[in-house]
Write a protein that binds this ligand. Structure first.
Ligand SMILES: [Zn+2]
Ligand SMILES: [Zn+2]
Length: 114
């Protein structure tokens, strides 16, 4: 039976963190909700929108949205896990900088990481 925490048919919500893009913020790394495709920023980022989305929605599983990374993680069990291939694209555009997005990241960004 398919894992109810994961819907591999849903594409990602966009190229970057939904809430950061809406508010003019920036992120370090990006995480994709494995259930609804919401793109949020990681727990090292200033605003930690991926874990906020997991809490608010009950969607506990994320997958990395970074190029070359295909790991999954469950906030509820606090463990990494295996998962299926998800609807493309499987990572943010390669031309998009890390941290990102371009033009929003302060020069001393490392000071703001968690
Ligand atoms: Zn964010
Ligand atoms: Zn979700």
């Amino acid at each position: 039976m398919a894992d109810p925490r994961i819907d591999p048919t849903v594409p990602p919500s966009g190229d970057g963190c939904v809430e950061c893009l809406a508010s003019g913020g920036w992120w370090f790394h990006l995480r994709r909700c494995a259930r609804c495709g919401h793109i949020g920023c990681c727990d090292s980022s200033p605003s930690q929108h991926a874990s906020a989305h997991a809490k608010a929605s009950g969607h506990s599983v994320i997958r990395s949205f970074e190029p070359g990374e295909d790991w999954f993680y469950d906030y509820e069990t606090d463990e990494g896990m295996e998962g299926p291939a998800l609807a493309p694209p499987e990572h943010h555009p390669l031309k998009q900088p890390t941290p990102g997005p371009a033009g929003k990241v302060p020069r001393d960004w490392q000071r703001y990481l968690h």
